[in-house]
Design a protein around this ligand. Structure first.
Ligand code: TXA
Ligand code: MG
Length: 317
């Protein structure tokens, strides 16, 4: 059921239910962070391995001290700069945060989402919400309420309809080591923006065997349709000329190719707009019964890095 009724959503959540919630990044599959029943339901519905920890969503920055401990000064600085907003911080957890949420790690992920309805919801309940993105494990994240409904139908209590997500891609995840910021997942806030707050930023490179975040999994954010990522779209079109192809492009259409099968993410070459259109375009291309999606590689800076990250993962089988 899709509804705009915040009170109804709160009632379901108070009773161990699972509710699709809008955020500025993507829709989340939310439950009471203090209800093991709700947390287990989320893992079950999403078919997510229990080894993958969840993000806590809280109503404001003051909650950080109630959840984390030994919080570095830099974490407060980043929270101050970006909350409410698409930044997730990884901090040492307090003992009362369930091991189900953190996959038994001693750290917890937390953010303040920037969406009016969800902030209203968080202010009307007395607990934080755990919410992974509201897609089945490895599938494309939902950015509109009907996407969530299509994925989970009667398996969840309701979807709180907050319209289309403005950022359209997941939050940037930042952890800390010796008061240095480490980006664990590229996301809606670019590295350059974080560097305005601290110039001590590095991007985490997962060691092959020790994957601590599923956002780091090679196969993730995938359409059902095969997808390739390339700098030379026209060459790939020629190469796969026997196939039914759809194109995902940055700013300009491919000449001599049916426009109905082309998604242009930003005609004005604006990376923020391109990012906000990425998953919508992937959902649409995936519904076209294509043999193949050919995606153009984006510029290697700013949110172009986030887009390339998601497209690269989408190509993995
Ligand atoms: O934008 C977002 O972050 C969305 C919306 C709904 O808030 N949520 C989201 O959640 O993308 P999810 O579960 O799909 O991705 C959360 C990521 C995972 O890659 C998870 O492994 C990582 O956060 N994570 C959670 N706790 C962690 C921890 N303690 N250490 C490292 N990574 C952690
Ligand atoms: Mg996810």
């Amino acid at each position: 059921m899709i509804s705009k009724d915040v009170k109804l959503a709160a009632t379901f959540l108070k009773n161990d239910g699972v509710v699709g919630i809008p955020t500025e990044t993507v829709y989340g599959l939310a439950g009471n962070a203090y209800s093991d029943i709700a947390i287990n339901k989320i893992f079950e519905v999403k078919k997510r391995p229990n080894s993958n920890p969840l993000i806590l969503h809280v109503k404001n920055g003051n909650e950080l001290d109630k959840i984390g401990t030994q919080i570095p000064e830099l974490a407060y600085k980043l929270a101050e700069a970006f909350w409410p907003g698409p930044l997730t911080l990884i901090v040492k957890k307090q003992p009362h945060i369930s091991n189900l949420i953190t996959a038994s790690q001693d750290t917890v992920a937390v953010r303040v989402p920037n969406h009016t309805l969800t902030l209203e919801l968080l202010n009307s309940i007395y607990f934080p919400l755990v919410a992974p993105s509201a897609n089945p494990f490895t599938r494309i994240s939902p950015i509109e309420a009907p996407h969530v409904e299509a994925y989970f139908k009667d398996q969840i209590n309701m979807v709180l309809d907050g319209g289309r997500c403005s950022e359209g891609v997941e939050s940037t995840i930042v952890g800390f080591e010796n008061n240095r910021a480490i980006v664990y997942r590229l996301g809606a806030i670019s590295i350059e923006e974080i560097e305005k707050i601290t110039n001590n930023v590095s991007v985490y490179k997962p060691l092959d065997k020790k994957i601590i975040t599923p956002g780091m999994l090679k196969k993730h954010y995938s359409p059902n349709t095969d997808i390739i990522l390339t700098r030379n779209v026209s060459q790939e079109i020629e190469w796969f000329s026997d196939k039914k192809i759809g194109l995902l492009l940055f700013n300009a259409p491919q000449p001599n190719f049916n426009l109905a099968y082309q998604k242009i993410l930003s005609p004005d070459s604006n990376l923020k707009i391109a990012t906000s259109n990425l998953y919508k375009a992937l959902h649409e291309l995936d519904a076209m019964n294509l043999d193949l999606i050919i995606a153009e590689r984006f510029p290697e800076y700013g949110l172009g890095l986030t887009i390339n990250d998601r497209l690269t993962r989408a190509t993995k089988k």
